[in-house]
Design a binder for this molecule. Structure first.
Ligand code: PMT
Length: 403
């Protein structure tokens, strides 16, 4: 992560709480990021956390002794949780287990991390880490909702492979994301997109053939949701017009669920009426069945031909009624990438277009990374492979230069 992205951590006091989760190994990297960005970090660990990562590692990285017990067993010196709570500009609990979250909700104070939490006067951030079923359990969800209501900030976990071997939501957010989350929280700057309203289209559309079957594509919605998250992070009001996806609505974003290209067209046109701009990230079907059978089509012996008609081009419609507002497009290509992207830039009246190619490993559909080029009327910037969150950051940086 480029250091310039963490601008608000210099000389800030961060109390990093580490609990007993396999994700504790990521706390080492997180600690290093915070210290490198200029923060003073003190680490408080639960007794179980010591089984996952050694106090020596955390002490070396934080440049401070590790706090675990209420007192130092060698000399009886008291570790004052009250002093820690007052010292901190931010208390960050990463990883935060289901157990610690539940204790925070109940006010249980049976270790130094929890007493420090109860004494903290500063913003508190938790980065949950657990197995997918534990995370989805109503008890955990209710505990998180209670903590949110009490003003605790939650750095949402990501989806993917978990220590159990299962796959789903529950893995702790990446250290870079958590550090940026804390950096934002401590930012005293006015948010750069406050007062602006953007429409983002995301995910795949679904074109029904009959009540059972449909035409669609591989878009997961991840790229569009990362853009919506980034816009909201910078203070914008966001209308996220979303095709079907398994993703949760990002915090602070207004999601409008649609299925077909026609539904997406109507929702996007309506939301654009009051917007300052739009980012067209959805993978929209260009064709839809001319007729939708009202009963399941039965197979016969021969071939089946389905007649398709063109859908309406949402981006082109917004481009034709732009009136000085911003319009950013995407192009997903498999060949002659630049040629096709430039043609779309002109035809749809985009201010710039984000080109991703299925020829690049790690780019395009479904994964957590993308490799894109940003093309406008003056030239082209090629970005390296990055997480979709980082790509979203770079796209919004460019968008801000047009405002
Ligand atoms: O969702 P993910 O799994 O994270 O994958 C991300 C992505 C690959 C879907 C995304 O990065 C991307 O490339 N989105 C655009 C895909 C696409 O359909 O591109 P296109 O070249 O067919 O369309 C060009 C532009 O016109 C796009 O901005 C598209 O949103 C828009 N369009 C296309 C057709 C249509 N009827 N209406 C539109 O608005």
């Amino acid at each position: 992560m480029a250091q310039k992205e963490l601008e608000n951590l210099g000389r800030r006091h961060i109390l990093l709480g580490v609990t007993g989760s396999i994700a504790a190994y990521k706390a080492a990297l997180l600690c290093r990021l915070l210290v490198t960005a200029g923060a003073e970090v003190k680490v408080v660990m639960t007794p179980l956390a010591k089984q996952f990562i050694t106090p020596l590692t955390m002490a070396t990285l934080s440049k401070n002794p590790i706090l675990v017990d209420f007192f130092n067993p060698e000399n009886g010196e008291w570790n004052s949780h009250v002093k820690l709570g007052v010292w901190a500009d931010c208390m960050l609990i990463a990883p935060a287990t289901a157990n610690t979250l539940a204790k925070m909700v109940s006010g249980i104070a049976d270790n130094l991390l929890l007493t420090s939490y109860l004494s903290a006067r500063c913003p508190v951030v938790v980065a949950p880490a657990m197995d997918l079923d534990m995370y989805a359990h109503p008890a955990t969800q209710q505990n998180l909702a209670t903590l949110l209501k009490r003003g605790v900030h939650v750095a949402e976990p990501g989806e993917g492979e978990l220590a159990s071997g299962l796959s789903g939501k529950g893995r702790m957010a990446e250290p870079e994301e958590i550090a940026r989350f804390v950096d934002d929280l401590l930012s005293e700057k006015k948010k750069s997109l406050e007062g602006k309203h953007f429409v983002v289209t995301a995910g795949a559309t679904i074109e029904p053939i009959d009540p059972v079957r449909f035409i669609s594509n591989h878009s997961s919605g991840k790229m569009g949701y990362a853009l919506a998250t980034e816009l909201a992070r910078r203070g914008a009001r966001v209308s996220l017009v979303s095709g079907r996806t398994a993703l949760e609505c990002p915090r602070g974003v207004d999601r409008i669920d649609v299925l077909s290209a026609e539904e997406m067209y109507r929702a996007a046109v309506e939301a654009f009426a009051t917007a300052d701009g739009a980012i067209m990230c959805a993978a929209v079907a260009d064709y839809t069945p001319k007729q939708v059978a009202d009963r399941k089509l039965k197979k016969g012996d021969g071939e089946l031909n389905i007649e398709l008609k063109r859908t309406r081009d949402i981006a082109a419609e917004l481009g034709a009624h732009k009136n000085g507002r911003l319009l950013v497009g995407f192009a997903l290509e498999t060949h002659d990438e630049e040629l096709h992207a430039e043609a779309k830039l002109q035809k749809k009246n985009f201010d710039f277009i984000v080109l991703n190619s299925l020829r690049d490993a790690g780019a395009g559909f479904r994964g957590d990374t993308n490799k894109v080029s940003l093309i406008d009327r003056t030239g082209r910037e090629d970005l390296p492979l990055m997480t979709k969150s980082e790509v979203a950051g770079r796209i919004i940086d460019k968008l801000e230069t047009f405002l």
